[in-house]
Design a binder for this molecule. Structure first.
Ligand code: GLN
Length: 318
């Protein structure tokens, strides 16, 4: 069914409105506080956005609030490394195995022979940053910001307060970067890579912008708004495969079991999930569960996925 028909958009709007009403009252979880800025984000914010592969947008709630992309940045940097250096480079120089452990686990680095493990945990994400071809930190950062903006189809910006807050407190990520470097699994200066990684996590996105980024993946690597190809079509499946296996850290198996949707979460409270060929679903709400995943966003996206399966997109949501 063409995602663009008016009927389809109306059905999607009803599903999103229902999900918003159903989960708005959920109070479980709490804001991330290991990054001081994130503890100050109003906990009640809740936004849902869908963008279809042909660029239709359906929203409910706080979809214009700019929040920190955090770990949702990771698959996009991974995709940029694939685009630049091919699939084997990511497989060989980082790895693609899920860890079953928290996103900033140091034990996982010690236990896994590839060390960096996969591009969606902090170790592999800092390694992705270090792999991008750049003459210095500024060029590396600019490349990342331009790359994300191409996925969003509009210029994105750093939230400087997030960056300062995270840079002052990211001792654990500094340890991870140094450890990887000692294992020869980081490919630029470790503190430089870590700093650019901290900046990439501090990029601001609204639920609408993030849904457009996801819709670019749903649309085979072409941004639905600008019509520009951002990622080679034959790399999209690999990006989604890593998201399905590792996008929710130690909850990735449960998420895949319950939804069948490749997705990625961030401690800023955002989650993007992709229905390949059809659309992207974004949930944003700051309260997180133990694994660092937004409680309301998980529930809402799971519900929306079930409704799509039972209604219009049943042939492809699973
Ligand atoms: N910037 C955060 C960190 O490195 C991202 C973590 C996340 O969103 N899971 O700890």
């Amino acid at each position: 069914m063409a995602a663009s028909s008016n009927d389809t958009v109306q059905q999607l709007q009803k599903i999103v409105d229902d999900a918003y009403a159903k989960f708005k009252g959920v109070q479980e979880g709490k804001n991330a506080d290991y990054i001081p800025y994130l503890a100050t984000v109003p906990s009640e914010l809740f936004g849902l956005a869908i963008v279809t592969a042909d660029g239709q947008e359906v929203t409910a709630g706080d979809v214009d609030y700019s929040f920190a992309i955090e770990s949702i940045s990771k698959p996009f940097t991974m995709a940029m490394v694939m685009e630049e250096q091919g699939l084997d480079a990511v497989y060989e120089k980082i790895g693609v195995e899920p860890t079953g452990m928290p996103f900033n686990s140091i034990l996982a680095i010690e236990l896994n022979p590839k060390r960096s493990i996969n591009p969606l945990v902090n170790a592999g994400a800092i390694a992705s940053v270090s792999m991008l071809e750049a003459k210095d930190a500024d060029e590396r950062w600019q490349k990342i910001l331009d790359g994300y903006s191409a996925y969003a189809g509009e210029p994105l910006k750093l939230i400087n307060d997030v960056y300062v807050s995270e840079a002052e407190t990211n001792y654990r990520n500094r340890a991870i970067a140094n450890l990887l470097y000692a294992y020869d699994r980081l490919y630029s200066d470790p503190m430089e890579a870590n700093d650019v990684y901290t900046k990439q996590c501090s990029v601001g996105v609204t639920a609408r912008q993030l849904a457009m980024m996801g819709a670019t993946l749903a649309n085979g690597g072409v941004n639905p708004k600008t019509g520009k190809r951002v990622l080679r079509e034959d790399y999209v499946d690999e990006v989604l495969a890593v998201m399905l296996m590792a996008g929710f850290y130690d909850e990735s198996g449960e998420w895949a079991y319950r939804t069948g949707l490749p997705g990625k979460t961030g401690v800023g409270g955002g989650i993007v999930a992709v229905v390949p060929g059809q659309l992207a679903i974004v949930g944003f709400s700051p309260r997180l569960n133990e694994a660092g995943n937004s409680v309301r966003a998980m529930k809402a996206i799971q519900y929306i996925g079930e409704q799509l399966k039972d209604n219009i997109f049943f042939d492809c949501a699973r």
